[in-house]
Design a protein around this ligand. Structure first.
Ligand SMILES: Cc1ncc(COP(=O)(O)O)c(C=O)c1O
Length: 331
């Protein structure tokens, strides 16, 4: 049973959940990196997901897919970059549950990683449109909603990264899960948890979940996407919309839940833009592989780890311990 249902039994009938992976995901201490002062732990979301692709998107789909079915939709329409992990996970898991996926994709730099993703996308069963720019993608959506109707029923439209209020619940759940692991004595309460921010749902959900569980841990979101407007206000709004959804479905939550100082964003790892690798990201990849046998990809996780190392150097963590959230999960 998800912790959200365990903690708020009033949600069991109003907020359906579909289990797509084994929880809790592992939480373990990383070997010390040379020169790093803070104790760094990893919560490995990369291993979450039963169906051919893992990572943070699967957590969102656990709440999104039942909502699609509840609303009587047969098709998901969503958007992303050419190398979209979100679009791939949506296509694979929706397909397994008899739902179709339509993707409109924005350009990003094409490297080996993106080419491999495009191959996976081609084999995923999704219908793919290459809409190139954010503006053209937005313009194409009304037409795609009509073209991909099932009878008179339109597709279920989802924003980039699946970060709708329902999708955000996936990381509210992970916030509660981390708090339960802390309570079980696996690690002391972390001062910070660091995660990449592509659409913001992961960071927003985590902040809400940790606050609901009564932890003081601060979420540090590492912005890696300049195609969307991602700022602290917007992410707090996303968290509060998820909180509003929980209340609307009957959850009796404390008031107020989330304070603004629990969610910080850093923007200095973005480099030239979304999908571009950076020098500090490459250095973080090398270090993670050499000292922790941990593989990072250039778009999200390398930049998140680069931020961990930079914030450690600048003593922002104040002693830690901290958690690095590993969000990537190729199979
Ligand atoms: C591997 C990976 N990490 C992190 C993220 C960021 O998550 P979010 O879109 O919820 O900000 C994404 C997707 O955007 C991703 O694919």
């Amino acid at each position: 049973m998800p912790l959200l249902h365990d903690r708020y039994p009033e949600l069991r009938d109003t907020l359906p959940h579909l289990s797509l992976g084994a929880a809790p995901t592992p939480l373990r201490r990383l070997p010390a990196f040379p020169g790093a002062e803070t104790e760094i732990w990893i919560k490995d979301e990369g291993v979450f997901g039963d169906g051919g692709w893992g990572g943070n998107k699967v957590r969102k789909l656990e709440w999104l897919l039942p909502d699609v079915v509840r609303r009587g939709r047969r098709t998901i329409l969503t958007v992303g970059g050419l190398g979209t992990n979100w679009g791939l996970a949506a296509a694979l898991y929706a397909g397994e549950h008899g739902l179709a996926t339509v993707l409109a994709l924005v350009d990003q730099p094409v490297d080996e990683h993106v080419r491999a993703q495009l191959d996976r996308l081609r084999n995923s069963g999704a219908t793919v449109y290459f809409t190139h720019t954010v503006a053209r993608t937005a313009l194409s959506v009304p037409g795609l909603l009509v073209r991909h109707r099932t009878g008179w029923t339109p597709p279920y439209l989802l924003p980039a990264g699946g970060s709708s209020p329902v999708g955000v619940l996936g990381y509210v759940e992970v916030g509660l899960e981390l708090a339960a692991q802390v309570e079980a004595g696996i690690m002391p309460e972390p001062t910070h948890i660091v995660t990449a921010v592509g659409s913001g749902g992961t960071a927003a959900g985590l902040a809400l979940g940790l606050a609901l569980a009564g932890l003081r841990t601060c979420v540090v979101g590492v912005v890696v996407n300049d195609k969307l407007r991602l700022d602290q206000r917007g992410l707090l709004r996303a968290a509060r919309r998820a909180e509003g959804l929980l209340r609307a479905r009957g959850a009796r939550l404390p008031d107020p839940v989330l304070s603004a100082d629990r969610l910080l964003l850093v923007r200095d790892q973005l480099g030239p833009g979304y999908g571009h690798s950076t020098e500090s990201g490459r250095a973080a990849r090398t270090l993670a592989l050499e000292y922790a046998d941990l593989e990072l990809e250039p778009v999200y996780t390398a930049k998140a780890m680069a931020a961990v190392l930079d914030l450690d150097r600048r003593r922002v963590f104040g002693g830690g311990p901290i958690v690095y959230l590993h969000t990537d999960g190729p199979r």
